[in-house]
Ligand binder design. Sequence first.
Ligand SMILES: [Zn+2]
Length: 263
Amino acid sequence: MGLVGNNLYQPELGAPSRLETVHCENYLWDLWHDRLDDKAMRRIGLPWSVPLMARTFTAPLGTLKTAELALNHGIACHLAGGTHHAHYDFGSGFCMVNDLAFTAHELINAGKVHNVLIFDLDVHQGDGTAAMCQHNPYIFTCSIHCEKNFPFRKVSSDLDIGLPNHIQDAEYLAIVHETLEGLLQDVNPDIVLYDAGVDVWEHDGLGKLDITWQGIEKRDALVLKTCQQYGVPVATVIGGGYDSDHLRLAKRHAIVVSQAARL
Ligand SMILES: [Zn+2]
């Protein structure tokens, strides 16, 4: 609360019907009612529960609300979202529904924007987002990720940059900066949806890069400032991050919010 003051918003509660614009109806309702088979649940990797469903179906509406706030205020941050491994009719890698694909399509269909850039810096490739947006010429997907990491069968984004294991701050930040500037110039998006995954951290449980805590701070400041310089609204989602120390993990996810609060 210290970071955000009174500027705190809540999305409406989610339900399967709200996501039928981008996901398979049968999949959504089978997930909601715990009717998916064991294989499908193993692929998701989380045990089904009522609170998990509430969170899962509400988070995409939070991403949409964040994007709408960003369109009005320039920058807005979501305290969830970034479930980029969710596909049209199946979930994967702790992701069940795809908030990024949902939000991009909603904004375009509602006429709120002409085009969207999804800039995904989670350490894992954004395969679900790529698959769900590849038919839409008004959504540009970019994923900068660790090449030799999950998902091992990748789906092509509009731009993929696969990084080698153990890349360090300076090289990583240069790639992020150069790529983002190029995309803001070439794609000229009306909004950036920024997946600020913090599993690029050197001590993350599932990342394989050597990005320091300060490196993540610099990265998030860089992305936000660059969007601001180009006059493009940016909505952030937290993406991935893995740590048995949950307080430390929450602080890591808060980096992007603290960098936004400084602008
Ligand atoms: Zn990840």
